[in-house]
Design a protein around this ligand. Sequence first.
Ligand code: ADP
Ligand code: ADP
Length: 232
Amino acid sequence: MIELRNVGKRYGNGPASHEALRNINISIHDGEVFGVLGSSGAGKSTLVRCINLLERPTSGQVLINGVDVTNTHGKELAQLRSHIGMIFQNFSLFQQRTAIENVQFPLEVAHMPRKERVQRAEHLLELVGLQGLEQRYPAQLSGGQQQRVAIARALATDPTIMLCDEATSALDSTSTAQVLDLLQHINRTTGVTMVVITHSLQVARALCDRVAVIDGGSIVEQGPTEALFAHP
Ligand code: ADP
Ligand code: ADP
């Protein structure tokens, strides 16, 4: 379970400071797909960056499985992050590495022996439907295929939480549908908890069990997706 309790985030100090988050309260259950929906500048990325502590809240607490991690540093923070996979709008792949080298990278960092990590990377690329494309460089893959490599890389260390920041925003509608299907399949088969940032109602409806709508740094609505988007 991921809990944000009265989380606030202020960038900068004094009159030039900006309050990006205000009194955020969210509980995300194990295995669910939780959407953070809002327009550009609403505070979505800041909220999700408070979960992996790329940003520190200026007030409130972040709890993971009941443990207050708000002030975690050093080794403990690295340990915590090793259980969190991330994918981004722009895929963030290493351009000088092939697909399989990209997927192996976190396993290299974790000192997994070469033979084992090659096997695992092959297995993950097959899982995301990229068998046969292992030796391609990112520039030789479509956007949808690049995002699949990024998903395989995010899964390499077997995370319990996956943070998806506008993961389909750079993709055409066909690739978007395929990537959303893949994420749903991964959630259902592995039980990984997913936090999905999106500005798209369509993505929220297709993928998320529950959604928090954020506007101007505050949550304005929160609940099961079907209840939030039910037509009268
Ligand atoms: P979203 O992801 O919904 O587009 P962000 O969380 O990126 O929103 O940003 C929320 C607000 O905080 C915006 O007004 C943005 O300009 C501001 N902001 C984000 N990051 C920083 C930063 N590092 N320093 C100052 N202001 C920031
Ligand atoms: P799957 O269940 O998807 O087939 P596994 O969980 O069995 O994949 O993992 C495949 C290989 O990767 C195994 O050799 C396993 O020991 C190794 N492995 C899995 N997760 C990690 C991890 N977080 N760190 C190091 N090795 C891992």
